[in-house]
Structures are given as structure tokens and as C-alpha cells.
Design a protein around this ligand. Structure first.
Ligand SMILES: [Zn+2]
Length: 155
């Protein structure tokens, strides 16, 4: 099959509408022709995008509000309700979150700066040290597992 024929069959292939012989010839060509393969992948991703978009439904009363605003010649009203208010709220939330993070970093640095570990308490490095891990008792389930793993490893 020629590339031009393949391009015409891509949609039918995605919709699984090809006959067996056509499908075999199509997949054979796709496997061996990178140009057609790229074309197929591109169209497939667009198909998937539309397929997933169909799952979203408009909010309750969405169409009614649009129709009402069209009839009363007030196109800016519902538009402002949907975009401006949530955007302003989101900006405030983001600003607040950023302030919290920055103050957290500043205070964290102030609290830990120039202070050694308190007496009697392990430093962070010590508490994560491997010395704290104890060898597994050989009669525990973990010990049996380790013994088995070592035994199979030696074979
Ligand atoms: Zn081709």
C-alpha cells in the first residue's frame, strides 16, 4: 500500500472499520513506515483527547444561563461570574500560600541557625545512621527469608 492510501485509512483504522486484509496491510505498513506511524499516533492522540473530553459535562444550568444572557443582551454578566471571581479568589489563595511557605522557610532558618543539637539528643544525621539497624534474628520470619534468598543466590 502507498503512503497516500494509508493516510486515507487512518480514521477507519482508529474506528476499527477496516477489513481483515486491509487491517493487516495497514499495520504492516505502519510498522515499516515511520512517517505514517507518526501521523497515526498524532491522530490517535487527538481522538483520545476528544474521547476524554466527552466525559465532562457542563455545570447545572450552564446552557440556561447562556441562553438567558443572549436573550437579554447582557453577554458580559455570566462571563464575569465564571472568570473574574474564581480567578481573584485563586490569586488570593496563591499569595497566601506563598507567604506561608516563605515565612516558614525564614522561621525555620532562624530556629536552626547557629544552634548545635541539644545535649542528650541525636543529630539528624545520627538518627538516620545505619548503626541503628540491627541484624535480623535468624529465627524470625525476616531471618528465614534472608537465609532462603542467600541459599537460592548461591546456586
Ligand atoms: Zn507510509
Amino acid at each position: 500500500m502507498q503512503c497516500t492510501e494509508i493516510r486515507q485509512l487512518i480514521s477507519s483504522y482508529i474506528d476499527d472499520q477496516l477489513g481483515l486484509d486491509e487491517k493487516n496491510a495497514f499495520t504492516f505498513h505502519i510498522r515499516n513506515c515511520s512517517n505514517c506511524r507518526e501521523e497515526l499516533e498524532e491522530i490517535q492522540s487527538v481522538h483520545e483527547l476528544f474521547a476524554s473530553a466527552e466525559r465532562f459535562s457542563a455545570p447545572y444550568g450552564f446552557a440556561t444561563r447562556i441562553m438567558a444572557s443572549l436573550e437579554t443582551n447582557e453577554p458580559s454578566r455570566w462571563w464575569a461570574f465564571f472568570t473574574l471571581r474564581p480567578l481573584a479568589l485563586r490569586a488570593v489563595e496563591w499569595a497566601f500560600a506563598i507567604i506561608v511557605v516563605i515565612t516558614g522557610l525564614l522561621f525555620g532558618n532562624l530556629l536552626t541557625a547557629d544552634k548545635g543539637p541539644p545535649a542528650g539528643q541525636a543529630t539528624i544525621q545520627e538518627s538516620f545512621s545505619l548503626d541503628l539497624f540491627q541484624a535480623m534474628p535468624p529465627d524470625s520470619i525476616g531471618g528465614v527469608y534472608v537465609a532462603l534468598a542467600e541459599a537460592t543466590h548461591e546456586k
